[in-house]
Design a protein around this ligand. Sequence first.
Ligand code: NAP
Length: 256
Amino acid sequence: MRRSPVTASRVAIVTGAGRGIGAAVARRLASDGFAVGLLDLDEAGVKQGAEAIVADGGRAVGVALDVSDAGQVEAAVTRVAEELGAPTVLINNAGITRDNLLFKMTEQDWDSVLNVHLRGSFLMTREVQKYQTQEKWGRIVNLSSTSALGNRGQVNYSAAKAGMQGFTKTLAIELGKFGVTANAIAPGFIATDMTAATAERVGMSFEDFKAAAASQIPVQRVGTPEDIANVASFLVSEGAGFVSGQVIYVAGGPKD
Ligand code: NAP
C-alpha cells in the first residue's frame, strides 16, 4: 500500500461506504494514505470494510448511522474525530432510489430520496466543516448523477442530484477562503447493487441491462466503482487545490 507523508495524518469520511461506490472510494483513499471513517446504515458492511483496511496496514473505523438524522450524524463524526483525528475530507456518497413515474410517486418516495441525498449531505457537511475550517484545509466531494439532467421515472432522484450540484457550488463559494474545495462527481451507469435493483424493477437480467446500457455509451462499457474512486482520489489530492465548484461527469462520454 502506498502512503504519502502529506495524507498520512489526514482523515477522510465516506458515507454509504458499506458497498458499491462508497466502499471502493474508501479503499482507494486508504491506499492513498488517508485514515478513513466508513459510515453507512449497514453496520456489518462498514465494519468489514474498516477491518480490511486495517489488515492492509491502514487506519479506519466503521460507524453505523442514518445520514438524514442530525443526532446520529453528530455522534458519528465526533467518533471518527476521536478515533482517527480531525476529519478534513468528506465524500457525500450515501444514496437511495425510489423510482416511479410522477403520477404514481408517493410523498414518502419523494421525501426519502431528498432526505438521504440532500438533507444527509447538508447535515454531514455542516458537521465536518467545523474541522475543515479549523484546520484551514479540506476537500468535499458530493455524488451527483447524470440523472440530474433528467431521467424518466426519477423525478425525486433527478431533483436531488441536480440539488447536489447547486449545493456543491455554494459550498465552494462559502468555504474557499478556508482552504476547502467542493466538487461533484456525476456518474453515468455504474455496476452496483443500485443499478442491479433497477434491472430487477424493469424486469431484465442484470447482464442484459448492462449490455443494453453499454451499447449506448461512447466507450462501450458500463462504469465500475473504481472509475469513480479514481476521480475522487484526484479531487481530494493536494494537486486539485485549484479545482472547486465543478461537476465532473464520469459517464464514458460527454453529458451536459
Ligand atoms: P448502493 O450500492 O445502493 O450503495 C449505497 C449505500 O448507501 C448503501 O450501502 C446504503 O446502505 C447507503 N445508504 C443509503 N441510505 C443511507 C442513509 N440514510 N444513511 C447512511 N447510508 C445510507 O449505491 P451506489 O451505486 O454505490 O451509489 C453510491 C452513490 O452514487 C449514490 O449517491 C448514488 O445515487 C450515486 N450514483 C450511482 C450511480 C450508479 O449507476 N450506481 C450513478 C450515479 C450516481 P444500505 O446498504 O444499508 O441500504
